[in-house]
Ligand binder design. Structure first.
Ligand SMILES: [Mg+2]
Length: 494
């Protein structure tokens, strides 16, 4: 299998699985990649589907964790403030980006895997897309899951299923045992055989994969009167995503995605507002500001330069590329030095320094650096990012670092006036990203509420306010249960 070829010697694990169970505080030893060369030719991009590896290091102890349960979030309280890049500090034109990623994936499935263009090359149906959808590779269904792993809504291929259909397939309780295992214990689930059975799309890079998958199912069904026992689409979809996002593609102009961005950045990227830039400068004058991105050095430097300007590196005290989150927060992969943008030597933990840029690495060593530089035993850190699994769950669950969730879906559900990209962010097919029946939270809303201090639609919301501005966290108790707090400036409309 391709993944095994890519990451020889390590169990392939998809990082697009977002555990929400607090039982995961019991750490489990799983294989850890230690060789920087075993995968150096591949890219584990911000597109979260790439095969980063969950690896929980046994040296992490509960004393190293313990996210704050403060009822107020205030940036002024933090010693170190960290950011994800893609879809957090760096905003994309997500309409153009999602269209590009769908078209490249669909074309790959037609040309390399033999699917029928009549199904795959139909115009992009934005209404079918929603972050967090889970592909049941075996049954050919796209699932919208609830926190307990039950199925709230589902499609077979692109056809919406009635509740009775879901009950017929998954049983009266609409519970797919694999999905239940996945939501209750995603690290183990993703480390085992079911990792090739179900997978969620987690951000704008891979969200279109659910539609490509569904259309492949339609294609298979159209060819046969009897549906197959196992649609077995894992390899085809995964190969397509790797073909698009592997890290050598940027340098080699292969795969289509990076070359399109290089050729026409104005079509896909937005420049940082002067307000956000000033806010970052202000933050850096008072705190350690760090960037931890899944993107490889060449792609991230290209996009960051476009977003912030030539001097973008000056905005950060330390930059980590190809961080392979969530493994960055859970494991002990070493930092790798960069020479002319290329990975070079392993950097010993005590040699990690401010003012440098690295590839890979891990939170524990970075935190040791922050301890040294702040002269504090437990400097207070926060990480801001859009990927619920990589940027919110992982730091909160496995480190002392707090998390701020960026969710632009809030804008599609009544927060703020900006209506940009609403057609990408909202879906009649799937309904609310945050809420399900009787206003119960969706799986992803539940994880955000459990693991983020606050959730905002974009960093601009924070940048518009002074650093000592206080926001009530999800840990606060709302006097009005119908108005949950933690979402800011307001909660998504139910
Ligand atoms: Mg991101």
């Amino acid at each position: 299998m391709l993944i095994r070829r890519l990451y020889s010697g390590a169990r392939p694990l998809c990082l697009c699985s977002c555990p929400h169970s607090h039982s995961l505080r019991v750490l489990r030893a799983v294989p850890t990649i230690t060789s920087p060369t075993s995968h150096s030719s591949q890219w584990s991009p911000s597109p979260c589907h790439s095969r980063s590896h969950f690896s929980v290091d046994a040296t992490l102890t509960s004393s190293a964790m313990g996210p704050s349960a403060s009822p107020y979030f205030c940036l002024k309280d933090y010693d170190c403030v960290g950011f994800d890049l893609d879809n957090t500090l760096l905003k994309y034109n997500i309409a153009n980006m999602v269209k590009l990623s769908y078209e490249l994936l669909a074309r790959f499935l037609v040309e390399q895997k033999g699917y029928d263009p009549c199904h795959l090359l139909k115009p992009l149906n934005l209404d079918f897309l929603q972050k967090g959808l889970t592909m049941d590779y075996e049954k050919g269904n796209v699932l919208q899951l609830s926190p307990d792993g039950s199925i709230h809504r589902a499609c077979h291929g692109t056809k919406l299923l009635l509740d009775a259909d879901i009950e017929e397939i998954y049983g009266k309780d609409k519970v797919y045992p694999l999905a239940q295992e996945y939501t209750q214990n995603m690290l183990d689930a993703w480390n085992g055989p079911i990792s090739e059975k179900i997978r969620s799309v987690m951000d704008h890079f891979d969200v279109s994969a659910a539609l490509a998958f569904a259309r492949c199912v339609d294609n298979i069904d159209a060819k046969s009167e009897n549906p197959p026992a196992d649609y077995n689409l894992y390899n085809d979809i995964t190969d397509g995503l790797i073909n698009m996002y592997q890290r050598d593609n940027f340098a080699n102009n292969t795969g289509g995605f990076f070359s399109a961005l290089k050729e026409n950045p104005d079509k896909y990227l937005h420049r940082c507002s002067s307000n956000v830039r000033k806010w970052l400068e202000k933050l850096k004058s008072d705190k350690k500001v760090f960037l931890v991105t899944g993107s490889n050095e060449d792609f991230a430097s290209f996009t960051a330069k476009y977003c912030f300007g030539e001097d973008w590196k000056d905005l950060f005290d330390v930059v980590v590329f190809f961080a392979r989150k969530p493994g960055f927060f859970t494991g002990r992969r070493p930092f790798i030095s960069l020479v002319d943008g290329k990975e070079s030597d392993i950097v010993q933990p005590e040699d990690v320094q401010l003012g440098k840029m690295y590839s890979q690495g891990n939170w524990q060593d970075l935190y040791e650096l922050f301890k040294k530089e702040t002269n504090k035993k437990f400097p207070k850190c926060v990480y801001v990012g859009d990927n619920v699994l990589q940027d919110v769950f992982a730091p909160d669950e496995f480190t002392r670092c707090d998390a701020v969730a960026i969710s632009d879906e809030m804008r599609a559900e009544g927060v703020g006036d900006a209506k940009e990209y609403i057609d990408v962010l909202s879906s009649n097919t799937w309904g609310s990203y945050f809420y399900q029946k009787e206003d119960n939270p969706s799986l992803w809303c539940d994880i955000i509420r459990r693991h983020a201090a606050i959730c905002v639609p974009s960093v601009d919301v924070l940048a518009e306010r002074p650093l000592d501005f206080q926001i009530q966290t999800f840990k606060s108790i709302s006097p009005d249960p119908s108005q949950p707090i933690g979402f800011f400036p307001s909660a998504p409309t139910k």
